[in-house]
Design a protein around this ligand. Structure first.
Ligand code: GRF
Length: 197
C-alpha cells in the first residue's frame, strides 16, 4: 500500500497504526520535501519518498514517473491522504478501483479544497467525511464509506475540521481494510461492500 500525502499526515498516521492495514507493505510519497507526513513515515520505519513535481516538465511526465515508482514497488492500493495535487488520467486509470481518497464533507456536497469552510458558509447542520474511489473528476468517484458529523452553533473551520478528522481517522483505515480484504465490488458507480466472511 502507498499513501500519498502533502501535509500533516494525521490520516497517514491512522493508516500506519491500524491493525487491519498495518501488515501490508508500505510506502509514503509526498510532493513536498517538508511534509510532516514524511517524518511520520520515517519514524514508523516506512520508506518515505519526496517525489518533486518541479523536477518534471509536465503533470503527465510527473504522474508517469510516479506510476513507474509505484509499480516498481509492487503497490496494489493507493490511499490519498491530504495529497494536494490532482492526478492525471494516466495514473488514475492505472490504479482504477485501487485508489482511495478521504474528503472532509458528505460528498457530493462541498467538493474541492475548502469543504469545511464551504459547509459552514452554507449553514448546513450536518456534514461529515467520505472515503471514495478516485476517478478522473475531483472528489467524485464511487463512495466506499461515509459518516456524518453535526455542525455546532459555535463551530469555526478549525473546530469543525478537528471533529471531522476524528471520524476520518477511524473511517479511512476501516475503508482501506475493506479494499485490502477484497470486499469492495463495483456496480456502475456504486461501491458495494461485501459482508465479512
Ligand atoms: C483531511 O481532512 C482530508 O479529509 C483532506 O485533507 C485533510 C488531510 O489531513 N483530504 P491530514 O494531513 O491527514 O492531517
Amino acid at each position: 500500500m502507498a499513501v500519498l500525502a502533502s501535509g500533516t499526515g494525521s490520516n497517514l498516521q491512522a493508516l500506519l497504526d491500524h491493525s487491519r492495514v498495518r501488515p501490508a507493505g508500505r510506502l509514503v510519497v509526498s510532493d513536498r520535501a517538508d511534509a510532516k507526513a514524511l517524518d511520520r513515515a520515517r519514524t514508523a520505519g516506512v520508506e518515505a519518498v519526496h517525489h518533486d513535481p518541479s523536477a518534471f516538465a509536465t503533470r503527465d511526465a510527473h504522474d508517469e514517473a510516479l506510476a513507474f515508482l509505484l509499480r516498481g514497488r509492487g503497490i496494489e492500493l493507493i490511499c490519498l491522504a491530504g495529497y494536494m495535487r490532482i492526478l492525471s488520467p494516466v495514473i488514475v486509470r492505472a490504479f482504477w478501483g485501487r485508489m482511495l481518497n478521504v474528503h472532509p464533507s458528505l460528498l457530493p456536497a462541498f467538493p474541492g479544497a475548502h469543504a469545511v469552510r464551504d459547509a459552514l458558509a452554507w449553514g448546513v447542520k450536518l456534514t461529515g467525511c467520505t472515503v471514495h474511489l478516485v476517478d478522473e473528476e475531483v472528489d467524485h468517484g464511487p463512495i466506499v464509506a461515509q459518516e456524518a458529523v453535526s455542525v455546532l452553533e459555535d463551530d469555526d473551520e478549525a473546530s469543525l475540521h478537528a471533529r471531522i478528522q476524528e471520524v476520518e481517522h477511524r473511517l479511512y483505515p476501516a475503508a482501506a481494510a475493506l479494499l485490502v480484504e477484497g470486499r469492495v465490488r463495483l456496480e456502475g458507480r456504486r461501491a458495494v461492500v461485501e459482508e465479512e466472511p
